[in-house]
Design a binder for this molecule. Structure first.
Ligand SMILES: NC(=O)c1ccc[n+]([C@@H]2O[C@H](COP(=O)([O-])OP(=O)(O)OC[C@H]3O[C@@H](n4cnc5c(N)ncnc54)[C@H](OP(=O)(O)O)[C@@H]3O)[C@@H](O)[C@H]2O)c1
Length: 343
């Protein structure tokens, strides 16, 4: 089978990561890559490490060409743009959208945190693409809203535990650290090496980060009650990787919590729960895996959960390919079976 795939915003970090990963996908041919700035250039002109592997000409977005050439489109555009581009192609292609435009089910929440939505009718048609939780809904879907990177790292450990009522939905604190590629490829002072290198800083402290409503939407749905969290993101001087440390009151022992997570992810090859160890971002670098470590403090009763992903893979392009695989009825690991990059 050859599935013809298009990438909108192919020259950003998530677009280029899709190109890298799809190169190894046995069922996929990349037939369309869009960029405004690099219109007419080859993709290997933009990412020299692709030279000798593949060349695809970059083109300005043209809905008619996408409709003619693509079975599946990955939209790697900034939020606020996908909602204009996706409706132009959705009648003839399936779409996995990596932006936030179709993740929030309540339109008023989207408007409050982002801007006015131009395609509100598509929100209820979109499936939230946290693969391990919504596998059934993703199968056969036409539009999948790929989850955010921080939300993926937080939801994979917490959703099963809240559903099983093993931890307290109140008072959850999430302390997340991300590498600089989380901010995209555009130049910005805060990710400049002289500003971010040899440093470690919190940002968007307070109820400010746009991933908060997405995390709360899914935690509320899992627990059946309104969940509000404390979420503090940090920028660390690495290129890729997210490590989230989650503090939550445990109603049960470490063993019961680990057993529940292992049972939930028994059929999910990309999520691994560690018995007696804490994961680091190096363990997942370049892979579609999420590793989870757990301790319970017997004095305070708090569970301390550490979750790691590669923000560009399980947090973006890898999960997007996993979603495509599920949508099309392929083995969900197709094209995603890689060992971590080390060092
Ligand atoms: N980086 C991450 O770790 C991560 C993780 C999860 C989700 N996401 C989401 O994925 C999406 C892409 O993120 P990214 O990090 O890849 O961003 P990026 O590196 O900034 O790339 C954005 C891409 O969109 C294109 N673009 C920008 N403005 C455009 C416009 N007005 N019209 C058409 N194309 C435009 C850019 O190319 P041209 O300027 O040449 O057109 C570029 O190819 C975002 O919505 C982001 O929130 C990112």
């Amino acid at each position: 089978m050859s599935i013809s795939v298009g990438i909108l915003g192919a020259t950003g970090y998530t677009g280029l990561e899709l190109v890298r990963l799809l190169y190894n996908h046995p069922d996929v041919a990349i037939s369309y890559c869009s960029s405004r700035q690099y219109n007419g250039k080859q993709i290997s002109d933009i990412l020299s490490s692709l030279r000798g592997y593949l060349d695809i000409q970059l083109e300005e977005f043209d809905a008619e060409k996408v409709r003619q050439r693509c079975d599946v489109v990955f939209s790697c555009l900034p939020h606020g743009l996908s909602m204009d581009f996706v409706p132009q192609v959705l009648d003839s292609t399936r779409v996995v959208d990596l932006s936030a435009d179709f993740r929030l089910r309540d339109i008023s929440v989207y408007t409050r945190w982002y801007k006015e939505h131009t395609s509100p009718g598509l929100i209820e048609k979109a499936v939230y693409g946290l693969c391990e939780v919504y596998r059934e809904e993703i199968t056969g879907a036409r539009l999948v809203a790929n989850p955010g990177c921080y939300p993926t790292s937080v939801l994979l450990p917490l959703v099963p535990l809240l559903s099983a009522k093993l931890v307290d939905p109140e008072g959850i604190i999430v302390d997340s650290k991300s590498g600089a590629s989380g901010a995209g490829r555009g130049l910005s002072l805060k990710t400049h090496i002289c500003e971010a290198g040899e440093s470690f800083s919190a940002y968007a402290v307070g109820r400010k980060h746009r991933h908060i409503p997405e995390i709360e939407q899914e935690l509320s749905s899992a627990s059946g009650t309104d969940v509000n969290i404390e979420f503090i993101p940090h920028l660390v001087p690495i290129s890729r990787g997210i490590l989230s440390t989650i503090y939550v009151h445990a109603f049960n022992t470490k063993k019961i919590i680990i057993d529940e997570l292992k049972a939930f992810y028994e059929e999910s090859p990309f999520v691994q729960v560690l018995d007696d160890d804490m994961p680091s971002t190096k363990d997942v670098r370049g892979t579609n895996r999420c590793l989870i470590g757990i301790e319970v403090n017997p004095v305070t009763g708090k569970a301390i959960i550490v979750s790691v992903i590669d923000n560009l893979v399980k947090g973006a392009s890898g999960q997007a390919i996993q979603n495509m695989n599920i949508m099309l009825g392929l083995d969900e690991t197709e094209g995603l079976d890689s060992v971590p990059l080390f060092p």
